[in-house]
Design a protein around this ligand. Structure first.
Ligand code: TGC
Ligand code: FAD
Length: 388
């Protein structure tokens, strides 16, 4: 498999530390050697490549920004670079790592007790225990505040009833971070071990997107969770603070998918001959390549700047919304442009753009749809919330 060189028109590499470049390059090589040869087959068969989990753990990709507990403790910019490289391989692999780290290990590290941290984080960093994050419900997606999953207090336990829908990693997880309303209708988070009675999982099959990722429904029927498993946070700011981290990672991940598509479009257009010339020699094809190249370069500046702000603890959720919204919608556009440049070849598994295009439909929807991020930014600009 040919080495991937990335795109660096503005010499952004110079802005990265040698450690950041080293992390990026080692994950890049891993993706080329370990993911690219088999990902199309996994995608076609609808299987998640579980064989990659030990290597992903060894590279420190799980809970990478957490300090201690067997985690790498690197900065957010390095974390973003890891997400970029993984999603160059497939959005499903990046999803797996995002959910494990940003959505499951982060809330345990931020809102869990010392006992929770000792019990769960080292095993999760080592990939021996996989997590999933249950916020969305069948009737409450963009509006999670309306959730109806209940956590009724009964002595030293909370009794969970309800269901969570479209949950990444659900079928392979040993624990779930579950958000539910308590007796006072306040949103609380629980660390729910998979083997608890009353907790069942149904995998969602027949997807055309994120096929190399497990997506499930979590069902709770009188599931008794010890009160000691409750996280120390109340209200929607609990799940939303996890989403800040995951959305940040996605804004970088989308650049990886964009770069994979651009690279494919450029290489193909230089070798595909029509009307006795490479199609790259036609102005209309060059215009498409330039649009992708420019978007990617602007997206890199945006992601890097938000990463630097996050490393100084100065990133506002609205900054992250802009980066997630713009980089993902551009990536989806780039996958479609590449599919177009490849003509009929673009619809086959031999090329990546179709797989990225279908994956990015989900990425544009999850972690806040493109329009929800538009509304978050609209609220930021005008001070007027337009969600309702
Ligand atoms: P709102 O009234 O605006 O806020 C409620 C409380 O939350 C606080 N808050 C935040 N805190 C931290 N970070 C943020 N980004 C926050 N945004 C809001 C806020 O200050 C308030 O706190 P308090 O103390 O006053 O109570 O909430 P709202 O109900 O009006 O919601 C607004 C809206 C629409 C923006 C929000 O609901 C939203 O973001 N919806 C999108 C839902 C979403 O993103 N779901 C993601 C599910 S997980 C997933 O998709 C994983 S995919 C993983 C993968 O495979 O990679
Ligand atoms: P809806 O909220 O019903 O939205 C439908 C449409 O209406 C969208 O276009 C939306 O933008 C629009 N809309 C909604 N409200 C407004 C408004 N106020 N103004 C204007 N337009 C609006 N969730 C988890 O909790 N954990 C996971 O691990 C997880 N993984 C996922 C994996 C995949 C593959 C997918 C596809 C989803 C996953 N999700 C997960 C769920 C995801 O977060 C939701 O799909 C997303 O939040 C949108 O909710 P919805 O699908 O119910 O769409």
């Amino acid at each position: 498999m040919k080495a991937f060189e990335g795109i660096d028109f503005l010499n952004i590499d110079e802005q990265l530390s040698s450690e950041e470049r080293m992390i990026r390059d080692s994950v890049r090589e891993f993706v080329t050697k370990e993911i690219m040869p088999s990902i199309a087959t996994h995608y076609e068969n609808g299987t998640f490549p579980t064989e990659l989990i030990p290597q992903l753990a060894e590279m420190g990709t799980f809970g990478a920004t957490i300090k201690g507990y067997g985690c790498a403790g690197i900065n957010y910019t390095s974390y973003g670079l890891i997400m970029q490289e993984l999603e160059r391989g497939d959005s499903g692999i990046r999803s797996f790592v995002s959910v494990q780290g940003a959505l499951c290990m982060y809330p345990i590290s931020a809102f869990g007790t010392e006992e929770h941290k000792q019990k769960y984080l080292p095993k999760m960093a080592a990939g021996e225990l996989i997590g999933c994050f249950g916020l969305t419900e069948p009737d409450f997606g963009s509006n999670p505040g309306g959730m109806i999953t209940k956590a009724r207090k009964e002595g030293s336990h909370y009794v969970l009833n309800g269901s969570k829908m479209w949950i990444t990693n659900g079928g392979v997880a040993g624990l779930a971070i579950v958000w539910a309303k308590d007796d006072e209708n306040k949103i609380r988070g629980f660390i729910v071990d998979r083997d608890l009675k009353g907790f069942s999982v149904r995998n969602i099959e027949k997807k055309f997107s994120l096929k190399a990722s497990v997506t499930s429904e979590l069902i709770f029927e009188d599931c008794r969770v010890p009160a000691s498993q409750m996280l120390e946070v109340v209200g929607l700011k609990g799940p939303f603070s996890c989403l800040n981290n995951a959305r940040f990672g996605i804004s970088w991940g989308a650049l990886g998918a964009s770069m994979a598509c651009y690279d494919e479009a450029l290489n193909y257009s230089k070798t595909r001959i029509q009307f006795d010339k490479p199609i790259a020699s036609f102005q209309l094809v060059q215009a498409k390549l330039v649009e992708m190249f420019t978007d990617i370069t602007l997206g890199q500046l945006l992601a890097l700047h938000v990463g630097r702000l996050k490393d100084k603890d100065q990133a506002d959720p609205a900054h992250i919304s802009m980066a997630k919204m713009k980089n993902v919608s551009n990536a989806l556009k780039h996958a479609r442009i590449t599919r177009d440049i490849l003509g009929a070849s673009g619809i086959t598994y031999e090329y990546q753009c179709g797989r990225h295009m279908l994956n990015l439909e989900s990425v544009n929807t999850y972690e806040g749809t493109e329009d929800i991020h538009r509304l978050i930014l609209g609220h930021h600009i005008t001070g007027i919330p337009a969600f309702k």
